[in-house]
Design a protein around this ligand. Structure first.
Ligand SMILES: Nc1ncnc2c1ncn2[C@@H]1O[C@H](COP(=O)(O)OP(=O)(O)OP(=O)(O)O)[C@@H](O)[C@H]1O
Ligand SMILES: [Mg+2]
Length: 242
């Protein structure tokens, strides 16, 4: 068992958008350093909302969030957290805002206090790692959907976060690029949560898979082909047996 505290701990979270019904309801979730977790659940079930709560982009109506062992609630608390947790947005247009690819990818490292040349070196290296050599001067808004997704991933990786939250990272990618990104993700020495509708992708990149039902996160036994080899490391969480 892991005796360190969870690095993401959501306690009895309730969330609804203004005027809407509850999206997340009495949700509890613990995520530990080194965890590789998949999240698969129907459209509109609250997956993206969950990531936005962890990043402080939306606020829970009630409940508590602890990140890296500390309660977080103010904008300042979340500013610190955003240096350590990288979010790949579901829609790359939410991620990319600079005129050129280089400016977008170097933005994070610059923001973390790196010099301009250090930031550019990191950006070049990250782009090359993702097979995007030569994209530095491309105009961001003119990229194809798949290229935007890859550049978005580059902006997140360039920040060298401790934890990655990847919201449908393979969306819009062709078969070869999907295979490449799947391998890159698998080889990352990071803790991560991946939202995807592709169960095979999750089975190959994550060690446990959760779902969201009625606003709560559930450990889904049906999705764990290795469930018994892993001996239910998260068995203390609510999970379903039919
Ligand atoms: N800004 C918003 N204002 C009002 N309602 C919203 C907003 N964003 C999302 N919702 C609603 O909240 C619910 C959860 O949305 P969310 O985007 O978290 O779902 P999701 O599980 O990520 O879905 P998908 O698989 O389609 O990406 C949906 O019913 C959605 O319509
Ligand atoms: Mg979503």
């Amino acid at each position: 068992m892991n005796s360190a505290p969870p690095i993401i701990h959501l306690k009895d979270i309730h969330f609804s958008y203004p005027g809407g019904k509850a999206v997340l309801n009495h949700l509890d979730f613990k995520f530990y350093r080194g965890d590789r977790t998949g999240l698969i659940a129907p459209n509109g079930s609250g997956k993206t909302t969950l990531f936005h709560l962890i990043m402080g982009l939306v606020k829970p109506s009630s409940g508590k969030i602890e990140l890296f062992g500390k309660p977080v609630s103010t904008a300042r608390d979340f500013e610190d957290v955003r240096r350590r947790i990288g979010l790949l947005f579901q829609d790359p247009d939410d991620q990319l805002f600079s005129p050129t690819v280089m400016e977008d990818v170097a933005f994070g490292p610059l923001n973390l206090g790196k010099s301009k040349s250090e930031a550019q070196t990191i950006a070049h290296r990250t782009l090359a790692y993702l097979g995007l050599e030569g994209f530095e001067d491309r105009i961001t808004y003119k990229l194809s959907g798949g290229e935007k997704r890859l550049v978005s991933l580059a902006t997140v990786l360039a920040m060298e976060p401790e934890v990655l939250l990847l919201d449908e990272p393979l969306n819009g990618l062709d078969v070869d690029t999907r295979a490449k990104i799947e391998e890159i993700i698998f080889n990352l020495d990071l803790s991560y949560i991946i939202i995807s509708h592709d169960i095979d992708f999750l089975l190959s990149t994550t060690a446990q898979i959760y779902t969201i039902k009625n606003g709560k996160i559930l450990f889904d036994d049906k999705l764990q082909i290795h469930a018994h080899r892993h001996a239910h490391p998260h068995g203390q969480y609510p999970h379903e047996h039919e």
